[in-house]
Unconditional design. Structure first.
Length: 761
């Protein structure tokens, strides 16, 4: 109940005190007891990697087993993903039978719930409905669409598919002369890849699971692991139990980062939950460089900087030390909103630890200075000697299950020089040096009419982009778009091409009739056994088959026998020859030996840079200024409101743009038309909890949004992506093209509390 004297009441009833916990058991029980329960369990036990996050459970050791052979490592998120893949086929009436207008009215969840795609569909120019199409016609259209100048050809991919399909996709485009290989990582961890590669010469995690288990401190920044990487929570629980520390840095106080009940430890964790954060810091969104400069300053002043390590194994450190010394505490605290004492306390915890792993997710990368954020973390690891030894290092936490594998396979506009040379040797000719389009530049190029054909290997390009109207318009200027997908998504209904949009059904990972591989976020390559689909009389195709057949039609045997690439064993042979660190994949069919990609995990401080040393880089303090209401045209007379720094985020029960559950009980957000705000901001602005407001961004306004009071940094707010993409324009980090989804100025506007106070609903 609201306090009548203070409409912004201090407590929000009904919020769970523990993340994870019994709702997870309930979810497993419901899934198990459902009619699809037996098939679900059969799939869980299938020898293939989890479809969901890049922690990468499953594979040859069994569906529930991690790379160290530990059982019981499968989470509810995985069950949600498998359950969706086991849905029946989309009924004809639900897709071809619906008008475009009806399809466009579907929410993300409703689109997903239509079922599995089972037959190729096409939407032709001027028609208002998708219609079925045969595979022969699909290939004719695809072949003709690919016979365009290479710079007008592009692809986009999510990390859903296999290494083999990813490799073929980039090989085909590069052989045709196009480097336009946009990928979902452009929208998430590109700053990690760019930032880490500059400093360490390698753009991925340097920490293996084994190494993580030797750490006694984890600094977890900008990650909601309880929802997005649940199995990481088991490692944090164990770390706390062995006396280690977890420092969480996040503007939102997520309950699961305080306490988490893990079903993997039914006795000691499920009942009351396990402690996670030893220290929780809530900085201003976008101020991470200031937070880490503050930690560095605290470490320097405490004499905890490892000068011997720096001198022996790094370069660039004198400039970084000079920057730290030249940055005053006042500037640091003013930028990040944390006190000197808080930062000194956290610094002391890091200094005391024997091995620190610095882990982060998109709270770090989704900023205009995302690369600086990553490098500020890497600098801190190096200053404390926490890189290049077991139990320590930098660990970006990747999202989609094979997003990292796509990067390794060369599906990226940042192709490694050694892989470029190997591909040129394979193809017997130089690759194009024309810079390719990353995801944002693809949208801009399409909008400018410079793209004719787009092949999407999974994903929801429309939904993942900011400014939905711009994305729709841009995609609408492409002649032909081919979407290879297992299930429908909103992008298939809103991201429509000018002349032909094809939605082509493919096998998922556990159905694919041949063996495939994927790579986890910790560089572990898993080998997936073949499977079968439950869909009867479906016309699914394996992505490798589609791409190899398209390549054969376009290129024949020039300069390699593209038809032979129908055989994934041959694809793996080519991967072994051309992808750095992937040599063991050549024999994986015989050995079934999964492996860690060579040259990624550093157990010694020798780094793959030209000098063999890590290269620290100064990281400038960001200027964080929010505009006033006048930036948005001002508040109307009698209206209350304020400008806040909006964090766009996934809800619990959501995987990237796919929404499995509408509500988010852990944050007390009962539906998706909500905004999480700090109570002090509500008081300041004259707004009240549960009031309906308008939220105005630079690309539009969402009306009838319910305010949810919560534990979020003052001045910040949180709304759910992808819906909020409709109103935001997010500038991109110029060094990697990743949009700043986590610090978007928006104006929250509504009736003042004096007239808006009302009971919660
Ligand atoms: S932690 Fe990630 S990889 Fe492991 S079971 Fe859960 S969703 Fe799958």
């Amino acid at each position: 109940m609201a306090d009548p004297d203070d409409p912004v009441a201090p407590a929000e009833p009904g919020l769970p005190a523990v993340g994870g916990g019994w709702p997870l058991i309930d979810g497993w029980a419901r899934a198990t007891l459902s009619p699809g329960g037996p098939k679900l369990w059969q799939t869980l036990l299938h020898r293939s990697a989890c479809l969901s996050c890049a922690w990468g459970t499953g594979g040859q050791k069994g569906g529930f087993t991690d790379e160290l052979g530990e059982p019981l490592q499968r989470c509810l998120k995985s069950v949600e993903a498998i359950g969706a893949e086991l849905m029946p086929a989309v009924p004809e009436a639900a897709f071809a039978g619906r008008s475009l207008e009806e399809l466009q009215a579907l929410s993300s969840r409703e689109a997903d719930r239509l079922g599995r795609l089972a037959h190729p569909m096409i939407l032709r120019e001027g028609r208002s409905r998708y219609e079925p199409i045969g595979w022969d016609d699909v290939f004719e259209i695809a072949e003709a669409a690919f016979r365009v100048p290479p710079e007008r050809l592009a692809s986009y991919s999510s990390g859903r598919s296999s290494n083999e399909a990813a490799y073929l996709l980039q090989l085909l485009l590069r052989a045709l002369g196009s480097n336009n290989l946009a990928a979902c990582s452009d929208l998430c961890h590109a700053p990690s890849t760019v930032g880490l590669r500059e400093i360490f010469g390698s753009g991925t995690s340097m920490v293996s699971l084994e190494s993580l288990q030797q750490a006694d401190c984890v600094v977890l920044v900008g990650s909601n692991a309880p929802a997005n990487h649940p199995r990481l929570m088991n490692e944090l629980i164990r770390l706390r139990e062995r006396g280690g520390s977890v420092i969480v840095i996040n503007p939102v106080l997520e309950v699961g980062l305080l306490k988490f009940g893990s079903p993997a430890f039914p006795i000691r964790s499920m009942l009351r939950g396990s402690e996670i954060a030893s220290l929780f810091l809530q900085p201003i969104p976008g101020s991470d460089v200031a937070v880490f400069l503050g930690l560095q300053k605290a470490l320097l002043e405490a004499g905890a900087v490892q000068r011997g390590f720096l001198a022996a194994h790094t370069e660039g450190w004198p400039e970084v030390l000079a920057q730290i010394e030249g940055t005053c505490w006042e500037a640091i605290s003013a930028c990040c909103g944390l006190s000197r004492e808080e930062l000194e306390h956290a610094g002391a915890v890091i200094a005391r630890a024997k091995g620190v792993v610095f882990a982060w997710a998109m709270g770090i990368t989704h900023h205009v200075n995302g690369v600086d954020n990553v490098q500020a973390i890497a600098n801190t690891a190096l200053l404390t000697g926490n890189a290049g030894r077991p139990g320590a290092g930098t660990m970006p936490i990747r999202g989609h299950s094979n997003v990292q594998g796509f990067g390794s396979m060369g599906v990226s506009v940042q192709l490694r020089a050694d892989m470029q040379r190997a591909l040129e040797e394979l193809l017997g000719r130089p690759l194009s040096r024309v810079p390719g389009y990353d995801t944002r530049s693809l949208i801009e190029a399409a909008d400018a009419g410079r793209v004719d054909t787009l092949l999407c290997l999974g994903g929801n390009l429309w939904g993942a982009n900011p400014d939905s109207a711009e994305a729709r318009r841009a995609l609408g200027r492409i002649d032909t778009i081919l979407y290879l997908a297992t299930k429908p998504n909103q992008g298939h209904f809103h991201g429509l091409a000018a002349r032909r949009t094809l939605v082509l059904p493919v096998f998922n990972r556990f159905e694919t009739p041949h063996r495939t591989t994927v790579e986890s976020g910790n560089n572990y390559v898993r080998f997936n056994e073949p499977g079968t689909t439950h869909l009867r009389q479906a016309q699914l195709i394996a992505e490798v088959s589609f791409l190899a057949e398209l390549a054969r039609r376009l290129l024949g045997t020039d300069p390699i026998d593209w038809g032979r690439l129908q055989d994934p064993v041959y694809v793996r042979e080519l991967i072994a020859r051309t992808v750095p660190g992937y040599a063991p994949i050549a024999t994986i069919d015989a050995t079934k030996q999964e492996f860690t990609v060579e040259g990624r995990v550093f157990d010694a401080p020798a780094f793959p840079t030209p000098s063999g040393r890590a290269r620290l880089a100064p990281t400038p303090l960001p200027a964080l200024v929010l505009p006033g209401p006048e930036h948005f045209g001002g508040l109307a007379p009698g209206e209350a409101g304020l400008v806040v720094s909006l964090i766009t985020a996934r809800s619990y029960g959501q995987h990237n743009t796919v929404v499995y559950k509408e509500g988010d009980s852990y944050r007390g957000m009962p539906h998706r038309q909500t905004i999480l705000m700090n109570r002090a901001d509500l008081r300041r602005a004259g707004l009240v909890p549960h009031q309906r407001v308008g939220v105005q961004g630079e690309a539009g306004t969402l009306e009838d949004i319910e305010i949810i009071p919560g534990d979020i940094r003052e001045g910040a707010a949180l709304m759910f992506y992808p819906e909020v993409n409709a109103i935001i324009r997010a500038p991109a980090d110029p060094r990697c093209g990743t949009p700043a989804y986590k610090r978007v100025p928006v104006l929250v506007r509504g009736r003042p509390s004096s007239v808006a106070a009302q009971p919660p609903r």
